[in-house]
Design a protein around this ligand. Structure first.
Ligand SMILES: Nc1ncnc2c1ncn2[C@@H]1O[C@H](COP(=O)(O)OP(=O)(O)OP(=O)(O)O)[C@@H](O)[C@H]1O
Ligand SMILES: [Mg+2]
Length: 386
């Protein structure tokens, strides 16, 4: 049953994803309540009510959900007990079961494998001996990834062969992890699917993404990919949403290898950095789509898309000798700036630029030019081969 404007939506997490989703909720006429450890978090400026508490505080989760018609999450590290308390008060969408599935990399990969979705070669490890066994069975270059708590490439260590396995396992803290074979990537892409409780499902065009040191730097929507790669990825994501009975958004990150294989990297049941461009590119943004989906309203159109590229702005830009030239970038027609109201720190996402153009290639060219206006040093660091 539809939750109509005038009701209040609760957000577990008040970072930039919560902030942008809260703005969409406001535009549609909903009230906004936020739980975040930081009372001055990015979403606080948009909220009617902010509960300042940690993500394992059950009483605080209960307090957030009180007075909310529906609760959602924009961050993955919410303790299961806190999720359960919120879910006892109001519908929690997407389901806590789905969040718990993705909170642990090993659990997530096991599920993907069991369900017959394609995942790259990997093995689980809980001790130095298991790390060595994983390296022996996989062979070649590896990436050890902690099962819990990693983001933006944190909690990961590389290993060249079995001689380095124990060192890499120690580097991520000797915690339970998965070892993945390092893949030779032709491209990275992502798919975002929205599904509402009534069952209606809509997908956004596929995004093509470029990461550096584990952090997303550039993304373009629609991403140009050869053959049926994009269609295959979309049908995998659609099947997942249906299998999971999704209520909300599910982002699926994919690797496409030089050998022509398409693998699922990981899932995120929330708005996703690679779909920020939907705000300029699509008739409905990912944030509005989230609100519609969790409120069981008709989903918005996702096409036609106007090609739009994104470049992430990291805190480093503001810590350099001269500040970024924001007016210089905004002078370019088709360029937009989003800042999240976050304190700049090295490697921290502070905002993004969007650039709209006639084609995806032209949008990438324009976003590179905008980045160069902002800071020539940053533009020089953008991944080659965009
Ligand atoms: N097995 C692999 N082979 C090649 N590259 C990889 C592999 N695993 C990760 N990467 C690279 O590192 C990036 C980040 O990896 P991953 O998505 O696992 O990390 P994360 O910390 O969960 O990131 P986020 O949560 O920000 O998406 C990938 O997008 C890709 O560029
Ligand atoms: Mg990732």
């Amino acid at each position: 049953m539809a939750i109509l404007p005038g009701a209040t939506i609760g957000f577990l997490g008040g970072g930039q994803l919560g902030r942008m989703a809260a703005m969409a909720a406001r535009s549609l006429g909903y009230g906004v309540a936020v739980l975040d450890p930081d009372p001055r978090c990015p979403a606080a400026a948009i909220a009617d009510r902010c509960v300042a508490a940690s993500f394992d505080d059950e009483a605080a989760a209960d307090e957030l959900a009180r007075g909310c018609a529906v609760v959602t999450y924009e961050i993955e590290r919410i303790a299961p007990a806190a999720l359960a308390r919120a879910a006892a008060r109001a519908p929690l969408r997407p389901s806590p079961r789905l969040l718990e599935l993705v909170q642990d990399r090993a659990r997530q990969k096991r599920w993907l494998r069991e369900q017959g979705f394609p995942v790259g070669p990997y093995a689980e490890a809980r001790s130095p001996a298991e790390a060595l066994a994983a390296a022996l069975s996989l062979g070649g270059s590896l990436r050890f990834k902690a099962c819990q708590g990693g983001y933006d490439g944190r909690g990961q260590a590389r290993a060249e062969g079995e001689a380095e396995a124990a060192r890499a396992f120690g580097e991520i803290g000797g915690v339970p992890c998965v070892a993945e074979r390092e893949l030779d990537l032709a491209a990275e892409l992502s798919v975002l699917v929205a599904r509402r409780p009534a069952g209606e499902t809509r997908l956004f065009p596929v995004a093509r993404n470029w990461h550096e040191h584990g952090i997303l730097r550039v993304s373009v929507l629609p991403g140009e990919l050869p053959g049926d790669v994009a269609e295959r990825a979309r049908s995998i994501a659609r099947a997942m949403a249906e299998r999971l009975g999704l209520e909300g958004l599910l982002a699926v990150e994919f690797f496409w290898t030089k050998g022509g294989e398409l693998f699922v990297n990981e899932l995120a049941p929330r708005p996703h950095n690679t779909f920020h461009a939907t705000e300029a590119a699509c008739p409905t943004s990912q944030f509005e789509q989230l609100v519609r989906a969790i409120c069981d309203l008709p989903l918005g159109a996702t096409e036609p898309a106007r090609p739009t590229a994104l470049v992430n702005l990291l805190g480093d830009l503001w810590l350099a000798a001269s500040p970024p030239d924001l007016p210089g970038a905004l002078e370019l027609p088709g360029v937009r700036l989003h800042l999240y109201g976050k304190e700049p720190r090295r490697g921290r996402k502070i905002g993004h630029l969007l650039a709209e153009a006639e084609t995806s290639a032209a949008a990438l060219e324009l976003v590179r030019e905008a980045a160069a206006r902002l800071s020539p040093a940053m533009a020089a660091e953008l991944p080659p081969g965009l």
